[in-house]
Write a protein that binds this ligand. Structure first.
Ligand SMILES: NC(=O)c1ccc[n+]([C@@H]2O[C@H](COP(=O)([O-])OP(=O)(O)OC[C@H]3O[C@@H](n4cnc5c(N)ncnc54)[C@H](O)[C@@H]3O)[C@@H](O)[C@H]2O)c1
Length: 283
């Protein structure tokens, strides 16, 4: 059955950035539901409890294994992947979720502080290289190949005024995805990315007028859920995507298909013919 190809029974999936109740936590729960052993990495020990609870809620047979690690530090990443291999025998999947930027990283390009650029690249790009190198080494030693999924952002595709470092880091992550896919493909290691649109997580803002205005520019008129993002990740992790590598799957509720000249009613803002506008909006 084609649906069986989605199963991850007996496989071990490492999730970097597993806690916090957002995307990483939803990925842990989804992989556990599909039968995987899940090893969650997080710099925050308390945050790992979210992932542990989410996996337990699925009723999955395999217990969640939480490892405290800062994925910006090579030794900690290597030790965490070694821990996963020691516990379960192999690493078959890696989902690198860690990334983002802090409010202070929003700066004009003119004087963008180089220390901030380094910090954002460290968190979003360098850490992804570290985790994927460690996972690829383990996959190569085991000889079975595997699947790596990076969480990128639609910010990679556009100009990003005042957010230079983050969008550049996510664009570079997509490039890293392609290059490692090409280098590791002969070892049956697939590498893909998910370009994420706006997802409602425990850290996102509420549902005030500004949020509703933001949602109005999405084709689906709402933000996504961590579980919807996890679904796309499960496809890429699984054998359903056995011939997919080096790709970036956009999961954004249609934000990237809407040109900026459309108004909230989907009629181009430059359409001045009032009769035509009314006729279109009558349906
Ligand atoms: N939420 C969105 O709307 C959205 C949109 C576009 C892209 N993204 C991307 O999704 C990812 C984040 O998803 P989220 O918002 O659900 O997660 P999050 O920011 O809540 O972080 C998830 C976990 O990562 C851990 N973490 C942070 N730094 C770490 C480090 N150095 N080492 C180990 N663990 C670390 C945190 O403690 C946290 O528990 C990022 O890559 C972000 O760029 C999110």
């Amino acid at each position: 059955m084609i649906g069986d190809l989605l199963r991850l029974d007996g496989r071990t999936v490492v999730v970097a950035g597993a806690g916090g109740g957002g995307i990483g936590t939803a990925v842990c729960a989804a992989a556990a539901e599909l039968g995987a052993n899940v090893v969650g990495l997080d710099v925050d020990r308390a945050a790992l409890a979210d992932a542990e609870a989410a996996v337990a809620d699925t009723g999955a047979a395999a217990p969640f294994r939480g490892v405290v690690a800062d994925v910006r530090v090579k030794d900690e990443v290597d030790a965490a992947v070694a821990d996963a291999v020691a516990a379960f025998g192999s690493v078959d999947g890696l989902v690198h979720v860690v990334g983002g930027q802090r409010p202070r990283h929003w700066q004009p390009a003119d004087d963008f502080p180089l220390a901030d650029l380094d910090e954002v690249l460290d968190l979003n790009l360098r850490s992804a290289l570290l985790t994927s190198q460690a996972a690829a080494r383990a996959m190569t030693t085991a000889g079975q190949g595997g699947s790596i999924v990076h969480i990128a952002s639609v910010a990679a595709f556009f100009a990003a005024p005042f957010s230079l470092a983050y969008s550049a880091a996510k664009a570079a992550l997509i490039s890293l995805t392609r290059t490692t896919a090409a280098e590791w493909g002969p070892r049956n290691i697939r590498v893909n990315a998910v370009a994420t649109g706006t997802i409602r997580t425990p850290h996102s803002r509420g549902n005030d007028a500004a949020d509703q205005a933001r949602d109005a520019v999405l084709a689906l008129r709402r933000r996504g859920t961590p579980r919807e993002l996890a679904g796309a990740v499960m496809f890429l992790l699984s054998d359903l995507a056995g011939f997919v590598t080096g790709q970036t799957l956009t999961v954004d509720g249609g934000s990237t298909i809407r040109p900026s000249y459309l108004g909230p009613d989907d009629v181009p803002v430059f359409m001045e013919d009032g009769d035509l506008r009314r006729r279109l909006l009558q349906q």
